[in-house]
Write a protein that binds this ligand. Structure first.
Ligand SMILES: [Zn+2]
Length: 112
């Protein structure tokens, strides 16, 4: 198997894993319980901070696109970076107790 086949296979496996994770997260929520005031709140299970590698590849893609003359692809990649940064911000917002603002909580995954 050549490098190219190996590379494609790897991407295919990664995409499958991402799709399976999404399927799994679709029907579940994270139940969070504040460690200070015991308020319980729920966040979508797929609202997880984008992984470092996800951010890295998006930024790498953006840097690469900046050198490219294809503006369509550049704006799409820029959108992806923005979405990831929004998501990271949303994750941060959800990581505090809505009642007392404490960042200390326990969480359990619950099926809907
Ligand atoms: Zn609280």
């Amino acid at each position: 198997m050549g490098f190219k086949e190996f590379f494609n296979q790897d991407i295919g496996a990664g995409m499958r894993a991402a799709r399976e994770a999404r399927e799994l997260a679709k029907d579940s929520e994270l139940q969070r319980t504040c460690g200070r005031c015991s308020t319980v709140w729920y966040v979508p299970a797929d609202l997880k901070a984008p992984s470092k590698s996800e951010m890295f590849s998006a930024k790498l893609g953006k840097a690469g696109a900046d050198l490219s003359l294809i503006s369509f692809s550049r704006s799409r990649k820029q959108q992806k970076v923005n979405r990831l940064e929004d998501k990271a911000q949303a994750v941060k917002d959800e990581a505090r107790c809505p009642s007392c603002g404490s960042g200390s909580f326990t969480e359990t995954l619950v099926q809907l």
